[in-house]
Design a binder for this molecule. Structure first.
Ligand SMILES: [Zn+2]
Length: 433
């Protein structure tokens, strides 16, 4: 299948030609074939007229728990510890495969309609999520965050269900769909496991050349208890066991120290900034400008919808660009361009994926944003409008891996009516009675 976008304004995120007006972007199969201001030769299966539309890289959500969409708005008004132990864990204990599939599909529908083409997801029953992602058509790095609450001296990989789950997930799904699905090694967090699991996970990642995804220093309590337990921050104690030898994505990083930032820059650990979730749970504000200064790669995540309560990454982009201006009283603390980089190029770099930029040879993960909408008129500056005025609902088309999966409210890979009935008639009664 070949598609030509014509007469679009292309925000490429490619420093060689950042913004092209009245541009042509050609897609062949799963890749971008050409980007320029003259019409490429040849016939195309479909020509999309993009007048008044901005074409940009699809957004990459680097920290999600997609089935938690089922718990949208449940247990609000609590800090992380109480919210997890009194609301989320009891609800999650009732989940089965079918409910996870329903919640994942619902979350994916919301993400696709708001411009996301790739996610980094950590959850249980991960094979079920992988199938939903595969069918939906976007890309994903998936993991089942390892937990170990037992006595460290009793740890045995053969007896550890989470170790077996990670191995099984890797065997079944790593590289599926020509790299559409990648499996990351994962530790849920320092506070929900101990040294033998960290060592096993580090070895597992190195042996199988996998990425690494971990919750890091989300709350002050988590950070300080690690210092008490180990004399080291969560990031540093995991480093001692080789967890970051292949880099990784560290979700939250609200309380990381200056030394942690240097370690992240050195070891190519990406900080995944989740500003909405961190504010909603009262966890704090990550020191993003400081991390950028320290040379840390920063990406964005929504976290689970249960602590957000939306999967619209445009909200994170706006808040990432806005929040740090207010905190530091500096209107340039995080620029609009930097916030867009976090949701595109920085995220692609974090995952080692050939996407996040509109350039020839890149995977065709592209979205159109409708700049004819009243909230996007006038347009003095495309990036200003995208970051501060656009909403996920302004996305008019989502192309993932060269395939148009969503256009003007219509989903081509998901049956939203069926998803709604699975959620309302099956999953919600199962969890909430
Ligand atoms: Zn999380």
């Amino acid at each position: 299948m070949s598609v030509l976008f014509q007469h679009v304004t292309a925000l490429t995120m490619d420093p060689a030609q950042p913004l092209l007006k009245d541009a042509y972007v050609a897609v062949e199969g799963t890749a971008i074939a050409s980007v320029g201001t003259t019409r490429p030769q040849g016939e195309f299966d479909r020509v999309v007229d993009g007048k008044g539309q901005v074409l940009m890289p699809g957004l990459i959500n680097c920290h999600t728990h997609v089935p938690m969409t089922l718990m949208r708005g449940y247990g609000g008004g609590h800090d992380l510890q109480h919210w997890l132990s009194d609301y989320i864990f009891p609800a999650e204990a009732k989940l089965d495969q079918r409910a996870v599939a329903a919640g994942a599909a619902l979350g994916l529908a919301e993400m696709i309609a708001t411009g996301t083409t790739c996610i980094v997801d950590m959850y249980m029953k991960t094979g079920t999520i992988a199938q939903q992602v595969m069918d939906a058509g976007i890309s994903a790095n998936l993991s089942c965050g390892g937990l170990y609450f037992g006595d460290p001296k009793d740890f045995s990989p053969d007896q550890c269900t989470d170790c077996r789950n990670q191995e099984e997930l890797m065997q079944q799904w790593h590289g599926a769909g020509e790299g559409q699905i990648l499996v990351d090694a994962s530790i849920h967090g320092e506070y929900t496991s101990s040294a033998p699991l960290w060592q096993w996970t580090a070895d597992f990642a190195q042996k199988n050349k996998l990425g690494m995804h971990v919750h890091i220093s989300e709350t002050k309590l988590e950070h300080e208890q690690s210092l008490q337990r180990h004399g080291k921050t969560p990031l540093a104690i995991l480093d001692q066991y080789g967890v970051w030898e292949r880099g990784g994505t560290a979700a939250h990083c609200v309380w990381v120290s200056d030394e942690d930032m240097d370690l992240m820059a050195r070891k190519h650990v990406t900080a995944v900034h989740n500003p909405v979730s961190n504010l909603k749970l009262g966890s704090g504000v990550a020191r993003v400008p400081k991390m950028l200064q320290a040379g840390v790669n920063v990406a964005l995540g929504t976290d689970g919808v249960s602590s957000n309560n939306s999967a619209d990454l445009f909200e994170e982009i706006k808040l990432a660009a806005m929040l740090h201006k207010g905190v530091s009283r500096d209107p340039m603390a995080v620029t609009a361009h930097q916030a867009l980089e976090m949701a595109t190029v920085n995220a692609a770099r974090a995952l080692g994926r050939n996407t996040g930029v509109v350039a020839p040879g890149k995977v065709a993960d592209l979205i159109l944003v409708d700049f004819n909408r009243p909230n996007l008129i006038p347009c003095h500056d495309v990036e200003e409008n995208l970051v501060f005025a656009a909403r996920g609902g302004d996305v008019s088309m989502n192309m993932a891996r060269g395939k148009i999966i969503y256009e003007k409210g219509e989903f081509f890979t998901l049956d939203v009516e069926k998803i709604r009935s699975e959620v309302e008639d099956y999953a919600l009664p199962l969890i909430f009675g």
